[in-house]
Design a protein around this ligand. Structure first.
Ligand SMILES: Cc1cc2nc3c(=O)[nH]c(=O)nc-3n(C[C@H](O)[C@H](O)[C@H](O)COP(=O)(O)OP(=O)(O)OC[C@H]3O[C@@H](n4cnc5c(N)ncnc54)[C@H](O)[C@@H]3O)c2cc1C
Length: 473
């Protein structure tokens, strides 16, 4: 052991220096003498997007709740992003938001958000974390194994430097009082657990295969919106897109589609796809891009929640968070906020133990149970919608929730108060129960609401798109 003493607790090791690993390292730095972050990419304090987290090139919305937590952990981050030109606005006022039932009201919701690229966000956080005196960054190194003692408790990790004479570098053992696995969606924590004999329950998986195609380009001044969005909605609207105002006067545009509706990567096909959407702002802005910008593509094959809180023999001194535990369908913009909430939970649990002069024993299992509580609501919200893409497996609960949402959207387009409640729930600053408050129920279930649901706005057929494309020629 590297030496646990009252108050300070030796060394913590974080596997993965992506978003979740960095936010966890920030929290751990308050409680450990040394926090070593292992990252397989050659990151420095100035790295933003990096090769093993390629989703970073795509539009990333940080929900209001996630922004609150980050600002508490990194005071001044919001202002720093603002100085680089990341706009701050009310969720209702500066978003052209096309719901399946029409446009959301352009009215104040009280939910303030800021938009920026994932690149600039991750760089801002990494710079702050890697320059903390307690934090040591080891990169590029790949964690290969967890090390456990005879009683099963995790005592460290075994890693190997990356990039030398391939595979011939000597593995290095690093002792730790606590190991935090934040190795993300491709980090294969489940393999390291299996090697240790830890029971890892089968993940809950939702097949909702979505492909993002993204470009970044200059944004003109004087528009009355900072975001133009078209939501997907099963089963009629498999295509969507977001145009997000980001720092340095630019747009990030991500178009996305489920299954065979992947947005093309060539400039003409990309613009055609944008024209097929019901919200015209995306195509209007894309018409002015040069077409020479790099194009990024990412397919998210499924959503997946590893139920580590149900493990029969989860080891002491190991905790897992971020995408290593749960990968969401990206269209709901939940991953960063959930990772921030999980790091915040760790901060609180470590704080309680320090106040009570408690050790780290018992922390790991309690923490994973806490993570499950954090995940339950966002997983249910996005899962109920995603289940509706599969015509053969639509559980009754998901069908009821989906039908309710459709009526809620039909009410929201005419009622700013309903829209404001929805905005608070999707930004995780209010409980989903808010949407079932008697005042909302009365509006949603009012006879006639369902009849006001117009046909899906994106229901233009490929032939209509082709006709439109020909008309432009
Ligand atoms: C297309 C797309 C769009 C998205 N949009 C949004 C959005 O709008 N809003 C939102 O909140 N979320 C969004 N997400 C989700 C978000 O990107 C993830 O939730 C977030 O990146 C999770 O962070 P993480 O640190 O857990 O994983 P990652 O960011 O994947 O980082 C994991 C890190 O671990 C490292 N690593 C892995 N294995 C090892 C090892 N053995 N040794 C050393 N290092 C290792 C990797 O190199 C990587 O740096 C989106 C995702 C996708 C795919």
């Amino acid at each position: 052991m590297s030496g646990e003493t009252a108050g300070r607790r030796g060394r913590a090791v974080v596997v993965g220096g992506g978003f979740a690993g960095l936010v966890a390292a920030r929290v751990l730095a308050d409680r450990f003498d040394e926090v070593t972050v292992l990252e397989q990419d050659p990151v420095t304090p100035e790295t933003g997007v990096h090769p093993h987290a390629p989703q970073g090139w795509h539009a990333h919305a940080l929900l209001a709740r996630g922004a609150e937590v980050l600002e508490r952990l990194f005071p001044g981050l919001r202002a720093e992003l603002g100085e680089q030109g990341a706009p701050v606005y009310d969720y209702g006022e500066r978003i052209s938001f096309l719901l399946p039932t029409g446009y959301a009201p352009r009215a104040r919701t009280g939910v303030l958000i800021q938009s920026f690229t994932r690149d600039v966000l991750e760089r801002g956080i990494r710079r702050r974390v890697l320059t903390l005196p307690q934090v040591r960054s080891l990169a590029p190194v790949r964690c290969e194994e967890l090390i456990a003692g005879p009683d099963g408790r995790v005592t460290g990790v075994r890693y190997r430097p990356v990039g030398g004479a391939a595979g011939h570098e000597t593995p290095v053992e690093l002792e730790a009082d606590l190991v935090v696995d934040a190795s993300g969606r491709s980090g294969r924590l489940e393999d390291r657990l299996r090697a240790l004999g830890v029971h890892a329950p089968a993940p809950r998986v939702l097949d909702a295969r979505i492909t993002y195609t993204t470009v970044h380009f200059p944004r003109p001044d004087g528009l009355d919106y900072d975001v133009a969005y078209q939501m997907t909605f099963a089963p009629d609207i498999p295509r969507g897109g977001v145009l997000l105002a980001v720092e340095h006067g630019r747009w990030t545009c991500s178009l996305f589609g489920y299954d065979d509706q992947a947005p093309p990567t060539d400039a003409e096909g990309y613009l055609d796809f944008a024209h097929s959407l019901g919200n015209p702002h995306l195509a209007e802005q894309l018409a002015d891009r040069t077409g020479a910008e790099p194009v990024h593509r990412y397919t998210n094959v499924n959503s997946r929640w590893f139920q580590y809180h149900r493990s029969r023999n989860w080891p002491e001194r190991l905790i897992a968070l971020g995408d290593a535990v749960c990968v969401f369908d990206p269209v709901y913009g939940q991953g960063l906020t959930v990772a921030a909430l999980e790091a915040d939970l760790l901060r609180r649990m470590l704080g309680q133990r320090q106040d009570a002069a408690g050790g780290l024993d018992g922390l790991a299992r309690r923490y994973q149970r806490g993570v499950a509580r954090v995940l339950l609501a966002p997983w249910t919200i996005s899962g109920n919608s995603d289940l509706m893409w599969d015509p053969e497996h639509r559980p009754i609960g998901a069908r009821i929730a989906h039908a309710y949402n459709r009526r809620l959207f039909a009410a929201a387009v005419h009622d700013p108060a309903v829209w404001a409640r929805f905005a608070r729930v999707v930004n995780m600053v209010a409980s989903p129960a808010t949407l079932f408050h008697p005042s909302v129920l009365a509006r949603v279930l009012r006879p006639g609401t369902a009849h006001r649901v117009p046909p899906a706005p994106a229901a233009r057929t490929p032939s209509a798109v082709a006709t439109q494309a020909r008309a432009r020629e």
